[in-house]
Design a binder for this molecule. Structure first.
Ligand code: ASP
Ligand code: MG
Length: 405
């Protein structure tokens, strides 16, 4: 007998028929003799609808009330899933985050989990019940309902798997697992049998969002091994775990493309100590996330700074930079939105050389120009023309021998 935590995402529980299918899957796991704790998301679209309702009343709704409201999306699914299990003759009890003993800090709409009291769930498991937990929510020390941020039902599942010392954690979603590239773009993309936490995090930050990054970070910190798989079929998924030596044999695990970035060029700024500090201080004061940064060699006392920001934040960036540039005595801002960031990721880069050369040559062969480059220990990212991004992904996929198993 194993203790299994399963998590079903919004599309997996999208309507009553889907909830009945999920209940059957849970029953099948119970029938194999396992203990099951299932974490559920709100039905897809429900959280957005609730937010829209709140915003139709107030531009900036009270965050306490917003949490109180958003938490019901997951509560609806959890109660319905329990009822669907009853209909199949399976004992099941639904829990809110608070009832599941998930205690958080006080920060509404993006609370962090502080502790979990696993006793109530343990008690129900002992009685032979399946426990269905409403994801993405907890309670703070003042007794207020808190939520963890968009997509954070995954976090509930990973945290409960850690607290309950589960033998297995399965994240059910609408994709089969993590792929070597986006299969809609790269036909030869393959599903990975395994991937390390760090690779998964780098791919997520590079545009391949399968799961909320905070959940993967949490899993890494507590050593929770989990599997990402589909609730729409019975294919095995992708196991996410700590890096092991043999993982380094593969140089590149995956290729990701992010088309939601924009390039900002700040040209002709005075080439003296403090200029860059002031530029990036202003951006950080406006909570703008800067990704790749390149500064060219200064000539005639001026230099150019180029960096990328999320496309949604370009207007904010221009506004933040204006006063700084007049304060430091000059400089112009230009924005390029038709760019894409292409990243190749793999723990094997730590021990293999020539990865950058292979990537750059493959792109040179098809005449794709590289505008910016940045690297980490396990990732190389480049900025290219957005119009050629899909082609670049296919070329890189082939260059790193990802086309064949
Ligand atoms: N319902 C929440 C959201 O849509 C949490 C989740 O689905 O994971 O963000
Ligand atoms: Mg979701």
């Amino acid at each position: 007998m194993a203790r299994i935590v399963q998590k079903y995402g919004g599309t997996s529980v999208g309507d009553i028929d889907r909830i009945k299918i999920v209940a059957k899957r849970i029953k099948a796991t119970c029938d194999e003799g396992h203990e099951v704790v299932a974490v559920v998301s709100a039905r897809s679209g429900v959280t957005n609808e609730l937010i829209a309702k709140a915003k139709s009343i107030a531009d900036i709704p009270s965050e306490r009330e917003l949490d109180q409201l958003l938490a019901i999306g997951e509560q609806e699914t959890s109660a319905l899933t329990a009822m669907a299990l009853h209909a199949l003759g399976v004992g099941a009890v639904s829990y809110t985050g608070a009832q599941a003993g998930i205690f958080t800090d006080k920060v509404h709409t993006k609370a962090k989990i502080k502790t979990i009291n696993a006793k109530p769930i343990e008690k129900d498991l002992k009685k032979g019940n399946v426990v269905i937990v409403a994801g993405f929510q907890g309670i703070n020390e003042e007794g207020n309902v808190t939520t963890f941020g968009r997509g954070a039902s995954d976090l509930t599942a990973i945290a409960l798997a850690a607290a309950l010392k589960a033998d297995k954690c399965e994240i059910y979603t609408d994709v089969d697992g993590v792929y070597t590239a986006d299969p809609r773009v790269v036909k030869q993309a393959r599903k990975l049998a395994e991937i390390s936490y760090d690779e998964m995090l780098e791919l997520a930050s590079s545009g391949s969002k399968v799961m909320m990054s905070r959940s993967v970070e949490f899993a890494k910190k507590y050593g929770v091994i989990f599997e990402v798989r589909s609730s729409f079929n019975h294919n095995p998924g992708t196991i996410v775990k700590e890096e092991v030596a043999y993982m380094e044999k593969v140089v590149v695990r995956g290729v990701a493309v992010d088309k939601d970035q924009a390039k900002v060029i700040v040209s002709n700024i005075p080439d003296k100590p403090g200029s860059a500090a002031k530029v990036f201080r202003a951006l950080s004061d406006s909570n703008i996330n800067v990704d790749m940064i390149v500064q060219n060699v200064g000539r005639q006392g001026v230099a150019n700074l180029t960096f990328t920001v999320p496309q949604t934040e370009t207007a904010k960036a221009v506004k933040a930079l204006k006063p700084v540039l007049s304060a430091i005595g000059g400089g112009q801002v230009t924005i390029h939105e038709h760019i894409a960031k292409l990243s190749v990721v793999g723990v094997g880069m730590k021990t293999h050389s020539g990865v950058a050369a292979t990537l750059f040559q493959a792109l040179a062969d098809v005449d794709i120009n590289i505008e910016l480059i940045s690297t980490s220990e396990i990732k190389i990212s480049i900025v290219i023309d957005q119009a050629r991004a899909d082609e670049a992904a296919r070329v890189a996929h082939t260059a790193f021998q990802l086309d064949k198993a």
